[in-house]
Design a protein around this ligand. Structure first.
Ligand SMILES: C[S@@+](CC[C@H](N)C(=O)[O-])C[C@H]1O[C@@H](n2cnc3c(N)ncnc32)[C@H](O)[C@@H]1O
Length: 275
C-alpha cells in the first residue's frame, strides 16, 4: 500500500520554499555511477515523487530530458509554477505505475520519497522502465539534522533540536517503522542486481536562515500530522523551539544564518544488461 500525504497546496508551497535537495557532490556520485555502467548519452531521467521539483531541477543540465512525477496535483502545480528548465516535464501519477515505456529510462531517482511507496511494486516498476545498464538511485536523509552557529555551544543548541525531534516522534507514520534507513537497507538487500552500492552516511552542510530550518522541519510528515491533530500544539511547539534556539544563539532575528548538517544515505543499483 502506498501512502498519500503532502498533498495540500500550502504544504506543497512550503516544500518549494524550505525543502532541501541533494548537494552537487551527491548528484555527481549518482551520475558517476551511471556513467561507469551505462555511459553517455544521458537521455532520460525520471524523478519519481518529485514534490515541488527542487531535486528534479538539479538533473536538468545533465540529461536531454527529465520527467518529474508525483501523485499530488498540488505538488505538480507548484513544480510547474517554478519550472524554468525547458527539458523538464511534470506528470501526475503514482510511483508504482509510471506512464513510461519499458526500457526507456537511463536514471530513476526517488529523493526523500521511497519510504512512502508500496516498495515492492515500485521496485518492479523501476525495473520495467529502466534501460539495460540504467540505474536506480534512492536517496534520503535522517531527520536528526544538526545546527551550528558561531560562538555558540553546539551541544546546547542541538539539545534543543533533539527535543524538537523527540516531540514529533509520536506523530511519525507507522508505515516508516522505527528507522527509515532500515527500510532502504532492506531494499538494497532485496534488489537482485549484482552491481549496486550502499552509502549510509554522507554529511551535507547547508547555510540557511534559522527560519528556513524551522520551515524545513515543519514540512516533515510528523509535524504535519501534529498540525492536523492539534494546530495550537504544533504552532506552540515550533515557536517555543525557535525562541529557545535564538536564546542559545543570543540573537533576536529568526533570519540569522545557521549551518544545518544533514545526514544523507542512499542506494544505487544498476539494472543488468540481461535482465
Ligand atoms: C517527502 S516528499 C519528497 C519530495 C521531493 N522529492 C523532495 O526531495 O523533497 C514525498 C513526495 O512523494 C509524493 N508521494 C508519496 N507517495 C507517493 C506515491 N505512492 N506515488 C506518487 N507520489 C507519491 C508526495 O506527494 C510528495 O510530494
Amino acid at each position: 500500500m502506498a501512502y498519500r500525504l503532502f498533498e495540500g497546496k500550502k504544504h506543497a508551497s512550503s516544500y518549494w520554499k524550505h525543502r532541501i535537495s541533494p548537494s552537487d557532490e551527491l548528484i555527481r556520485q549518482m551520475l558517476d555511477f551511471l556513467e561507469k555502467r551505462k555511459g553517455h548519452p544521458f537521455e532520460l531521467a525520471v524523478d519519481v515523487c518529485c514534490g515541488s521539483g527542487q531535486g528534479t531541477v538539479r538533473l536538468a543540465k545533465h540529461f536531454a530530458s527529465v520527467v518529474g512525477t508525483d501523485v499530488s496535483p498540488a505538488q505538480v502545480e507548484v513544480a510547474l509554477e517554478n519550472a524554468k528548465e525547458p527539458n523538464i516535464t511534470y506528470r501526475q501519477c503514482v510511483a508504482e505505475e509510471l506512464p513510461l515505456a519499458d526500457s526507456s529510462v537511463d536514471l530513476v531517482t526517488a529523493m526523500s520519497a521511497f519510504h512512502w511507496f508500496d516498495r515492492p511494486r515500485f521496485l518492479h516498476e523501476a525495473h520495467r522502465v529502466l534501460k539495460p545498464n540504467g540505474c536506480l538511485a534512492l536517496i534520503n536523509y535522517t531527520v536528526n539534522m544538526e545546527l551550528s552557529y558561531p560562538d555558540c555551544c553546539s551541544d546546547t543548541l542541538n539539545q534543543v533540536c533533539k527535543e524538537f525531534y523527540a516531540a514529533l516522534e509520536p506523530y511519525r507514520s507507522p508505515h516508516l517503522g522505527p528507522s527509515s534507513m532500515e527500510l532502504y537497507r532492506e531494499a538494497y538487500e532485496s534488489i537482485p542486481y549484482p552491481d549496486k552500492d550502499w552509502q549510509e552516511c554522507v554529511w551535507v552542510k547547508r547555510p540557511m536562515p534559522l527560519s528556513s530550518y524551522m520551515g524545513l522541519v515543519e514540512t516533515f510528515s510528523s509535524y504535519q500530522a501534529l498540525l492536523r491533530e492539534d494546530p495550537q500544539k504544533a504552532t506552540t511547539l515550533s515557536q517555543d523551539i525557535c525562541q529557545r534556539l535564538m536564546s542559545v544563539m543570543r540573537v533576536t532575528s529568526v533570519e540569522t544564518e545557521v549551518v544545518v548538517a544533514v545526514k544523507y544515505f542512499y542506494l544505487l543499483a544498476c539494472k543488468p544488461q540481461e535482465a
